[in-house]
Design a binder for this molecule. Structure first.
Ligand code: DGP
Length: 114
């Protein structure tokens, strides 16, 4: 728990969000500023500032991927496809310093990303 972290506050239900999935390790909720018809943020409940804080052998990233696949099925994105994105650092466009994936779908997504 990082007292200054907006995602930690969402995890602790100090801030509202639309939760799509929750278990003991992770939470998935609708992005407040959706970039596609389906835009879900998937976060570990433990605070990691970014990918560099994840140790080898820590299964959290694999777990978040498993949740992404489940949500993609639940949101009917598995036939049309989806994108799973992690922004890391300033040039990567990370604006919240709590490890997270974006699950995006429901429209054709351009490549390369901006
Ligand atoms: P990033 O820029 O990759 O760090 O993504 C952070 C995302 O988090 C961004 O798409 C907007 C979303 N976000 C920021 N604050 C809130 C919030 O208070 N509630 C929700 N639901 N999403 C938020």
């Amino acid at each position: 728990m990082d007292e200054n972290c907006i995602f930690c506050k969402i995890i602790n239900k100090e801030l509202p969000s639309t939760v799509l999935f929750e278990d003991s390790e992770a939470l998935a909720f609708k992005d407040i500023n959706p970039q596609a018809p389906a835009h879900v943020v998937i976060v570990p409940k433990k605070h990691y500032s970014d990918l560099f804080e994840v140790a080898e052998g820590d299964g959290i990233v694999a777990h978040l991927h498993f949740i992404a696949a489940k949500l993609a099925r639940d949101l009917a994105l598995s036939d049309t496809g989806f994108r799973l994105v992690m922004n890391c650092g300033e040039d990567g466009g990370q604006s919240v310093g709590h490890l997270h994936f974006h699950l995006l779908g429901g429209r054709s997504l351009g490549w390369p990303p901006g």
